[in-house]
Design a protein around this ligand. Structure first.
Ligand SMILES: [Ca+2]
Length: 305
């Protein structure tokens, strides 16, 4: 697939063939997993432990374990005003580096909760292992979250175990496909916001309810859908639409991020429209268990152009 972000769109777990709403996670016995290192360790062991170890969540007792390994690739999000990495987006990969679409195709509906939780833990633990100092953006599946406060525990435990500051976590969710229950997503977003996590709407402009969702919840970041970004230098219509979104987001104090940027011409137009955050093949492709950096010469070329 040619598109920088396009290849990653299926990183969202809901793009599996047959996703459904998941059974409630009711792991009351680990109420304090996020507050104590030993509890965090036990919590993670229970979740990932093999054999007869009981699962931490009532829902997981019926939940199949993943029969395959999940790894993470990272793609940088750049801040053009500082030329620094603003964040890295974690993108799911298979044991041998298989792409997101292939991995997700192997996830059965009843495994989606576990898959979503496993991806979060892998993203955080891998980021910590790589010494990531920037923010970490994690794709999550709102349809795999029953109750925000309960289903965040594994994430908190993973952060605690890895020594990863939860203040550097961004949770992004695509609205390119219909979220089954918009109020449910807003509830999750608000819970995450109250916990000090950053939030992002992914693929903005491609979905069913972009502006409606924005009316209900204003995230820290709005990630422009790549269909608006691609060829924007050749399209007055796209420039007008993006300029409008930038104005709306400025009024709502949301930062706009352009993803799927592939050419210098696209970058320059987007920069002229006031966008500061960028992601795409122009800067760096995702790398498996590595943190790609951007060549300083690229910034020079972009400014010189
Ligand atoms: Ca994403």
């Amino acid at each position: 697939m040619a598109g920088g972000a396009a290849g990653e769109r299926s990183a969202d777990p809901r793009r599996g063939a047959n996703h459904g709403r998941f059974k409630p996670c009711a792991c009351r016995q680990v109420q304090h997993a996020g507050s104590d290192l030993e509890a965090a360790r036990m919590f993670l062991t229970r979740f990932f432990g093999a054999g007869t170890t009981p699962n931490p969540c009532a829902s997981c007792q019926d939940d199949d374990r993943l029969e395959f390994e999940v790894r993470m690739a990272f793609q940088p999000i750049l801040d053009a005003t500082t030329r620094e990495v603003y964040a890295y987006e974690a993108l799911v990969r298979g044991a041998n580096g298989e792409g997101a679409a292939e991995v997700i195709a192997g996830v059965r509906p009843e495994q989606m909760y576990r898959f979503d939780q496993t991806c979060r833990v892998q993203a955080i633990s891998t980021a910590a292992r790589l010494g990531m100092g920037a923010r970490l953006s994690i794709n999550f599946n709102p349809n795999a979250v029953y109750e925000p406060a309960t289903c965040i525990r594994l994430t908190l435990a993973a952060a605690k175990m890895s020594g990863f500051d939860t203040g550097r976590l961004i949770f992004e969710v695509t609205e390119a496909e219909r979220v089954r229950d918009g109020s449910h997503l807003v509830k999750i977003f608000r819970d995450y916001q109250q916990r000090g996590f950053m939030t992002a709407i992914d693929d903005f402009g491609a979905g069913y309810a972009g502006l409606n969702l924005l009316a209900e919840f204003q995230p820290d970041l709005v990630k422009l859908d790549m269909a608006l970004v691609r060829g924007i230098d050749q399209s007055a219509v796209r420039r007008t639409i993006v300029a409008g979104i930038v104005a709306i987001c400025a009024g709502l104090r949301c930062r706009v991020l352009a993803e799927g940027v592939e050419t210098q011409a696209e970058y320059r137009v987007l920069r002229t429209l006031g966008i500061e955050l960028f992601q795409g093949y122009l800067f760096a492709r995702p790398q498996l268990e590595a943190l790609p950096v951007v060549d300083a010469a690229l910034w020079e070329a972009l400014e010189a152009g």
